[in-house]
Design a protein around this ligand. Structure first.
Ligand code: GUN
Ligand code: ZN
Length: 436
């Protein structure tokens, strides 16, 4: 017996263009005060204003006092760091040594496979509970970490990008690829997982200091040999890190040039942070089509600095930018919380991230940064049906605050300032309700 075609009913938003670049930013946002969203075969079959005729014959799930959005997109996050999120009190390099590397060593061998599977399961469930349906995810140096992650993501049918970390120096021996190693394992993971269902692979050198120039170059070759795969790494996060990179790569013009020389810039390259980029580096991101993952929670937590988002999005040379939680240096998987932090970081620069810009970053902007905007990130016919239903009355405080809002933009701003996982009423993945 066939299931009746299904639909969701409720207020909904989606973007048609980039509000950072549009003449009229408000016009980039579509708003249906009462939408009917038809789901079919894991995709959005149609979206329009609700009417009894339009809903006839459909099994309709109604979400009053809610806002339906495209599922959130987290463009930079480390799943193995979930067990040590919020570790106290260090800058980036000390934090890596004292907390991060030990946490990643727990993924070391077959005996730890159960640990990897458990953390992947908790992580993916927590993502869905935060309304996030796609993420660009770092594993550890161990191939088994990526294997465990993809296995769980494939089971859930979530669209995820992930990769085994590459590093061959400047970290504990237990966390290093053998000389010349790591590339074959990455290639095997690409063969096994890239394009299998909704899974996508990212070649993942951790950052310049932990890879030899030879490993960076090999990563560049591997990435180019497999069109459609991603490249993810860290770039220009903290001042001591920048000084170290200058020391390790004296021949490079700047930090981004280290990656550029290794063939690691271009479309589908996603660089975490970019807090201290020069004008030349922004220009090169633009020219090569490389994307940045803005990770405000992490930058505040480690004291790394304030990313200049409006500078990155300058209209004469715009750079693709998505939003990243960067857990475990970021302290929350919640995109709503991360957007609240992004606003506060924008104030440190004397700018003001708008709610419309913020929700674009979390949805369509993230999809564009990952070159997935033809599949996810907006509510349009043909898009994969990844959606989040935000509860506008999740708490008495939120309900009271919402009552004082007289525009959609104010509501969105109240959500990013006050709301958290309690506002995630439901999360849909490829048309199936996996949370809520
Ligand atoms: N730079 C290199 N590795 C890391 C990491 O795991 N987290 C963050 N925030 N920065 C890094
Ligand atoms: Zn990171």
């Amino acid at each position: 017996q066939e299931r009746p075609a299904r639909a969701l009913r409720g207020a909904a938003i989606s973007f048609r263009a980039d509000p950072f670049l549009a003449e009229d930013p408000a016009a980039t946002l579509r708003h249906w005060p009462d939408a009917l969203i038809r789901l079919e075969g894991g995709r959005i079959a149609g979206i329009g204003d609700f009417s009894a005729e339009a809903a006839a014959g459909l099994a309709v799930t109604h979400y009053p006092d809610a806002l339906i959005c495209p599922g959130f997109i987290d463009t930079h996050v480390h799943y193995p760091q979930l067990p040590m999120v919020g570790a106290y009190g260090e800058g980036l390099l000390e934090w890596l040594e004292r907390y991060t590397f030990p946490a990643e060593m727990a993924f070391a061998d077959a005996a730890h496979a159960a640990h990897a599977a458990r953390v992947a399961r908790v992580f993916l469930h927590a993502l869905l509970a935060a309304g996030t349906t796609t993420a660009a995810v770092y594993g550890t140096v161990h191939a088994a970490s990526a294997e465990a992650f993809f296995a769980e993501s494939a089971r859930l049918n979530t669209r995820m990008i992930a990769g085994k970390v590459l590093m061959d120096r400047n970290a504990p021996a237990a966390l290093l690829d053998p000389p010349g190693g790591g590339i074959d394992e990455s290639a095997a993971l690409i063969e096994r997982w890239h394009g299998r269902g909704r899974q996508l692979y990212a070649v993942t050198p951790r950052f310049a200091p932990t890879s030899s120039p030879a490993q960076l170059a090999a990563a560049g070759r591997l990435w180019r040999e497999h069109p459609g795969t991603y490249l993810q790494t860290h770039l220009s996060e903290s001042p001591p890190e920048l000084a170290w990179v200058r020391e390790l790569f004296p021949e490079a013009e700047d930090y981004l040039d280290v990656y550029h020389r290794a063939g690691l810039t271009g479309r589908r390259a996603v660089f975490g942070h970019g807090v201290h980029l020069s004008e030349a580096e922004f220009c090169r991101c633009h020219a090569t089509g490389s994307a940045l993952a803005h990770c405000p929670s992490s930058n505040l937590f480690l004291g790394s600095g304030a990313f200049r988002l409006s500078e990155a999005k300058r209209r004469d040379r715009p750079v693709r930018v998505g939003l990243g939680s960067d857990v475990g240096a970021g302290t929350s998987l919640s995109t709503l919380r991360t957007l609240g932090d992004a606003y506060k970081v924008s104030r440190l620069n004397g700018t003001r991230l708008s709610a419309v810009q913020a929700f674009w970053l979390a949805t369509r902007g993230g999809a564009e940064a990952l070159e997935l905007e033809d599949r996810i990130g907006s509510l349009e016919p043909g898009m994969e049906a990844d959606l989040v239903v935000l509860d506008l009355k999740a708490t008495p405080l939120l309900e009271m605050r919402m009552a004082a809002c007289d525009s959609l933009a104010e509501q969105l701003f109240a959500l990013m300032t006050l709301a958290d996982d309690r506002s995630i009423r439901a999360t849909y993945v490829a048309g199936e309700r996996l949370y809520g």
